[in-house]
Design a protein. Sequence first.
Length: 347
Amino acid sequence: MKNFLIVPHLVFAAYIFSSCSGADSKTSGQMGGSDSTKTETITEVKENPFKPVDSAKYFQLQKYIANGDTTGKWPIKKDVLPIQGAILPFNRIIAYYGNLYVKKMGPLGKYEPKEMWRKLDEEVAKWNKADTVIKSIPALHYIATVASGTPGKDGLYINRMPDSQIDSVLKIAKMYHHDAIVFLDVQVALSQLKNELPRLEKYLKLPNVHLGIDPEFSMKTGARPGTKIGVYDAADINYAANFLVKLVKENNLPCKVLVVHRFTQGMVTNYQNIKLHKEVQIVMHMDGFGPPDLKKGTYLHYLYREPVQFVGFKLFYINDIAQAPNHLMTPVELLKLTPKPVYIQFQ
């Protein structure tokens, strides 16, 4: 199968490190009562704030997303009911992608926070107008581990963003949108997920932080990022999912979302071996630019035909409209796709 789309290789060689520190505090209390003979202590039990999943509504919405498909591919047959706090398919995630150091990587970083949120809120409003069944909500998708064009000290062609920058993104999410959803994206280059995910563990333990992994920059052959398109096997995706499952179970977290970028056949191998978990929702994300017909072709060949669980779609403000008469696809157009995407990313 020929590659339908090409995406720009977003790499940079150097950045300024800075550091910051913060502390979290947990409080607990007791209520006591006493009389002349005894003192009774009652331990306060915190109520779990995350809503249990409405199973009937979940499967109803999965059928809605399948958009009338009669092939048996959608809704997926191996689906599992997620645990409490599941975002999908009860919501559609509308995300701005980027990095705070490089404005060309996307609107997250290109605009000042207030202006960025204004633009993102406008996109969310468009989706809520187009689809009144599934509510759209905003998110930030931050590239926390960036593939580089230069080898660096460890020879792995990777730039790991300092905690101070990740903290800044979380602060932007909290200040402007009350702890909006945040994705931390990982481009492993010549490294591996098992070496990079633990570094982000303290952030992934937060209930509003989720994970994205990018096969394009997983260079298993040792090639320099940007010279070839990388690959993740089902085993890699299963590792990332299991990493999240463990965090969810150990920290009593709500269901996590795992976004996997894809725009060619070879980027993801053995998709049928990807395992689903009630603690993690997997989104296979169509990550390529070009005219609408080519984008829909990629969606058909690599996402529709190889179903995993949920599907996403990426829109490029510049590259999608680089050549006339191309245009940025609208919510109405995207809602005609089978399945309907529940994760929309803007770059």
